[in-house]
Design a protein around this ligand. Structure first.
Ligand SMILES: Cc1cc2nc3c(=O)[nH]c(=O)nc-3n(C[C@H](O)[C@H](O)[C@H](O)COP(=O)(O)O)c2cc1C
Length: 154
């Protein structure tokens, strides 16, 4: 099976939980690993030669949390060729606005390890900073996962 990595920099566990939920749904078709950038060495990702990278980011001060954006730029040094498929998701508490993803979009544009980015993104609103997700969010999570599988199998 081909390898997929899901990375996050979760503090309260929301992005980590979502990473694990997505991983559980992909595991019949792919060999999926989940890791926090707090402990993950970029070499571990590069060694697996992943066909896809899923990046989970939390929103802090109306923008993508900065360390995950930095990590993506750093990751480029470990790849000779771009990772073929890239997908993103976000966890947040306020009403979603495109502005929240601008830090991520910049990092993706600047990083040579970034291949084809899935046009579909997932944003999951939390009831409070420590979660859980608002009750109406699950349907779009499931739709996103279906889209992701299609995107990865294209
Ligand atoms: C200091 C701080 C600032 C935040 N700023 C925003 C914000 O600007 N917009 C928003 O929607 N959520 C904001 N949040 C909520 C977080 O994005 C949300 O709790 C997220 O799910 C945390 O992810 P984690 O559980 O993976 O650490 C903020 C949370 C904290 C603690």
């Amino acid at each position: 099976m081909e390898n997929i990595w899901i990375i996050h920099n979760s503090k309260y566990g929301n992005s980590e939980k979502l990473s694990n939920d997505i991983a559980a749904k992909l595991k019949d078709k792919f060999n999926v690993k989940v890791g926090s950038i707090k402990t993950l060495n970029p070499e571990e990702i590069a060694r697996d030669n992943p066909v896809a990278l899923i990046i989970g980011a939390r929103i802090i001060a109306f923008n993508t949390e900065r360390k995950i954006a930095k990590f993506i730029k750093k990751l480029s040094a470990y790849f000779e060729k771009p990772i073929p498929k890239i997908a993103t998701f976000y966890t947040h508490t306020l009403s979603w606005t495109e502005k929240f993803s601008r830090g991520m979009n910049k990092a993706l544009e600047k990083s040579t390890c970034i291949g084809n980015v899935c046009p579909e993104l997932l944003e999951v609103r939390m009831q409070s900073p420590k979660g859980p997700a608002a009750e109406d969010q699950d349907e779009k999570v499931q739709k996103y996962i279906k889209k992701l599988i299609e995107f990865f199998e294209e």
